[in-house]
Design a protein around this ligand. Structure first.
Ligand code: DAT
Length: 174
C-alpha cells in the first residue's frame, strides 16, 4: 500500500500570538499531528539548565531535534514553537509567522500572568519582528509567510488558507 505523503508545517512567532490556538484547530481540521515543543520538552525533560533571569528551564535544542526527527521524516506534523532557527531547514514545507498588534499582544500576555521584564521583552520581541527575521534567515523566503493574528476573523481566515494550502500540497505530492 502506498502511504499518502503529508506536509510538515511550522507555526512560529512571539509567545501569545496564537500559535497554539491555530495549531490545535488546524490539526482537527486536517488530521495532521500537532506538536507543542514546549509541552514536549516538559514531558520528556528536554532541558539543559535553568535561566535565572527569566526563571524558566533552558530548552535542550539538540535533544528536541533528536526526539522529533523520525516523526518529521514521516511528514504530517504541525510544529508550534516561539523560535525556529534550530530546527533543520529540510523539515518544513511551509513556515507561518503569526503576528499580533502590540496593544493586543500586551493584553493577552498580561492576562496570561506575564509582568515586568518578561512582559516588556515579549512585546518588544514582536515590535522588532525578531521571530520573523529569524525565520527569514533560517528558511527560504518563498516558504515563509506572515499571518495577522488579532481577531477571531483572522483565525478563521488563517485556518481556511492553511487547510486549502495543505490539500493542494497533497494533490501535488501524491
Ligand atoms: P501562543 O501559542 O502563540 O502563545 P495562544 O494560542 O496561547 O498563543 O493564544 C494566546 C491568547 O490569545 C489566548 O487567550 C487565545 C488568544 N488568541 C489566539 N489567537 C487569537 C485570535 N486570532 N484572535 C483573538 N484572540 C486570539
Amino acid at each position: 500500500m502506498r502511504i499518502m505523503k503529508r506536509p510538515n508545517i511550522l507555526l512560529t512567532g512571539t509567545p501569545g500570538v496564537g500559535k497554539t490556538t491555530l495549531g490545535k484547530e488546524l490539526a482537527q481540521r486536517t488530521g495532521l499531528n500537532y506538536v507543542n515543543v514546549g509541552d514536549l520538552a516538559q514531558e520528556c525533560q528536554l532541558f539543559e539548565g535553568f535561566d535565572e533571569e527569566y526563571q524558566c528551564p533552558i530548552l535542550d535544542e539538540d535533544r528536541v531535534v533528536d526526539e522529533l526527527e523520525d516523526r518529521m521524516g514521516d511528514g504530517g506534523v504541525i510544529i508550534d514553537y516561539h523560535g525556529c532557527d534550530f530546527f533543520p531547514e529540510r523539515w518544513f514545507d511551509i513556515v507561518f509567522v503569526l503576528r499580533t498588534d502590540n496593544t493586543n499582544l500586551y493584553n493577552r500576555l498580561e492576562s496570561r500572568g506575564y509582568t515586568g521584564k518578561k512582559l516588556q521583552d515579549n512585546v518588544q520581541c514582536e515590535i522588532f519582528q525578531t521571530i520573523y527575521e529569524e525565520a527569514m534567515e533560517a528558511y527560504k523566503d518563498e516558504i515563509v509567510h506572515q499571518l495577522p493574528s488579532n481577531t477571531p476573523e483572522d483565525l478563521e481566515r488563517n485556518l481556511e488558507q492553511i487547510v486549502q494550502w495543505s490539500e493542494q500540497w497533497m494533490k501535488d505530492n501524491n
